[in-house]
Every structure is written in C-alpha cells, then in structure tokens.
Design a protein around this ligand. Structure first.
Ligand SMILES: *Cc1c(COP(=O)(O)O)cnc(C)c1O
Length: 365
C-alpha cells in the first residue's frame, strides 16, 4: 500500500482541548482517528483519517462475543524545541503482528501502519500536551467485525488508531506502590494468550485487581499459572528485582508479555555494566532475600508509568518492605534516563526515538 493512499477527511468542528494540568488517563480523545478495513477479497484496504466518531456494528459482530481483538499502547512526546517524538514505535508494530498471529487476525504491514500513525499524529499534533510528564497516548487496535455467532476467526476486521492526551503518571514525582502477591487468580499460562496484548487477558485480571484495591494495594504481583511459585508480572507491567547487586527479571516463558520498556531497561542496565539476568525467580527466593537484607529494589516497567517502584510486597500476610518504602537509585536512574530520551532532553545513543513532525510552539496549548 502506498503512503499516499491514506485519505484524509478533516473535522468541521474541532473540540476544545483540555488544560495540561487537568489531564487524567484515557478519558479525552483527539479530533481524528485512523481506520482501515480487512476483507478476505481485498486484504487490508481503505486506509483513512476521519473525524473521531462512534463505529456502528451489528450486535452479532464477533468481537462482542468471543473477544477476537488485539491492541497496542505507545506515546508521542513533545520536545522543548517542539519536535514530536515516538519511542521505539517499530517494536509496537512488531508486537501487534505477534498478537495478531496468536489471535488468528491477519497480519498488517508494519511500516504502513506506522506511517498511518505518524500521519494521524501530524493531523492532531496540536493535541500533544506540553507540560513535563504529559504525552499523547496512542492506542492502535484491531476488532473482528463479521456478524456470526460461530466460534471461528472472523472474515472481516477493522484496524483503528485513536489518540488521547494524558497527564503525568506521577503527579508528585515517582513514588513507590504497595503490591499484593496474588495466590488465587492467575493472569496467564504458557500456551495461553499472555504473550499477546488481547482484551481477554485484561478482563480476566479485573477480579484480582478489585480484591487487591479493596485491601489497599495498588496492584497484584502475578505468579505463574502452573505452580503459583514463580513471579511473572506486576499488574500490567513487567517486573525487576535487585538482589545483592544483581538485577533480575523473569525470563520470557510463554506467558509473560514482552514489554518495550522491559527491553529498553535490559539494554540500559547492560550498557551501564550492571549485572542483569533474565531467569525464573520464585516468590520464596524474594522473601528469603528480604529476610537476609539482600532485596535492594523492585520496580515495574511499562509505557504508562515507565518505572513504577515497589515499596512493599504482601505475601502470606507478611509485609516485605523494600528500600524503606522509598524509590531506589536504579529505579530513579532508569526513570530519568528513559524519560529524558523520550522527551529529547538527552542524547539518544540507542536510536530509540523517531521524529514525527514539528509543532510550531505558539500553536501548542
Ligand atoms: C503492555 C504490557 C506490558 C508493558 O509493555 P510496554 O511495551 O513496556 O508498555 C507489560 N505487561 C502487560 C501484561 C502488558 O499488557
């Protein structure tokens, strides 16, 4: 598909833009969206940028019943000079196709979808908030649209990209959270869909999240689905521990979602010459390390928070306080390094950022 084949229909009524300091997460959407359709006969076709609007589908549309759908999440950042940067977007496109494969959804042309995403951001670039910590959240997703109640892969799909200006994840600076080790519910099992960004994984995580929140925890630490022994993820983030100087993250095992942030953190730590290992790690080992005073740091990684320090873990009614409940030095350094690269405040020696377009500063609200 040619880049020029994306048609653009601009809105006739632009919406008011929220103030930077009033922004929450995922509640406000920009003026436009990108849509593309799939049919067996025409493959992916009719790419278009249109005003943000509701989509009409028959109640029999397959996505409503069996959840054959995938999504991605990434952000665009505005630099001090008014440049718009994306952080490793090709990784998200690659993962979108990986999720597609798992869900029997036809693959997309990664370069083309990335180009479409850039064009959409350019159309709505005045929506990118300027204040430090804010960004434009980008949500590409694919839904199965065929009207059919049989359990089978749909014959038609829509790929849609919507944009949402989001506020700073940390209103008062990076801060540690309290996490409950989840010993009843599991997020995913090897052979299941845990490695794909697909709706069902998140629907099935809600119960544990609800119970944890009711007891005053912000998220759960997920254990493996077979033995409920080994650590997998924290909430919808990947997890890292620092034990006696070594930084450890669970190895990809067929049920862990491979985060772009996780990959970036691994690269940075190696670049800094720190000992870092991807391996199986049990919750017992964590408790043991804590008892011996060797559990130095723990943090989650993901696009939304970048780094989310864990200040306390609750396991079997025991509280494991980590680094006095404060953000550790590795967590701080990773957070400031990654966020400065994303905002163009630090040289991008890994070539992680991609420039989309330039915004004239006076047009930015
Ligand atoms: C999206 C996601 C992550 C983090 O991925 P990033 O690419 O770093 O944002 C981790 N775990 C789960 C379950 C996720 O859905």
């Amino acid at each position: 598909m040619e880049k020029s084949s994306i048609s653009i229909q601009l809105t006739s009524s632009k919406k008011p833009k929220p103030q930077s300091d009033e922004l929450a997460f995922g509640r406000v959407f920009t003026d436009h969206m990108f849509v593309m359709d799939y049919s067996v006969e025409e493959n992916w076709h009719s790419p278009r940028i249109v005003p943000y609007q509701a989509i009409a589908m028959e109640p029999a549309a397959m996505v409503y019943h069996y959840g054959q759908t995938v999504f991605e999440g990434l952000k665009a950042y505005l630099t001090k000079e008014g440049k718009v940067l994306l952080f490793r977007p090709e990784k998200n496109m690659e993962r979108l196709n990986k999720s597609n494969d798992r869900l029997c959804i036809p693959r997309v042309d990664e370069e083309f979808v990335l180009e479409a995403l850039k064009q959409l951001i350019t159309v709505d670039k005045e929506w990118i908030p300027e204040k430090e910590g804010t960004s434009l959240y980008i949500r590409p997703f694919i839904i199965s649209t065929e009207s059919y109640l049989g359990v089978a892969p749909s014959k038609t799909y829509k790929l849609i990209i919507i944009l949402s200006p989001v506020g700073s994840y940390y209103k008062e600076g990076i801060a540690p959270v309290k996490i409950a080790v989840e010993s009843e519910f599991v997020r995913a099992v090897a052979g299941g869909t845990g490695t794909a960004k697909t709706a069902g994984n998140y629907a099935s995580s809600l119960k544990a999240q609800e119970v944890a929140e009711a007891s005053g925890f912000s998220q759960v630490l997920w254990l493996d689905g077979l033995e409920k022994k080994y650590i997998e993820e924290v909430g919808s983030m990947n997890i890292f521990f620092k034990i006696n100087g070594e930084i450890i993250t669970p190895a990809l095992n067929g049920s862990i979602l491979e985060g772009v942030t996780r990959n970036s953190v691994l690269q940075l730590l190696k670049h800094w010459g720190l000992p870092v290992t991807e391996r199986k790690i049990s919750v017992e080992e964590i408790a043991e390390a804590h008892k011996e005073g060797k559990l130095e740091e723990a943090f989650g990684t993901g696009t939304a928070a970048v780094i989310s320090p864990v200040g306390e873990l609750i396991w079997k009614n025991e509280s494991l306080v980590i680094n006095n409940g404060e953000t550790g030095p590795i967590s701080k350094k990773l957070y400031s390094t990654i966020t400065s690269i994303q905002r163009g405040d630090q040289s991008d020696e890994f070539g992680w950022t991609t420039e989309v377009s330039t915004v004239e500063k006076e047009k930015v609200n």
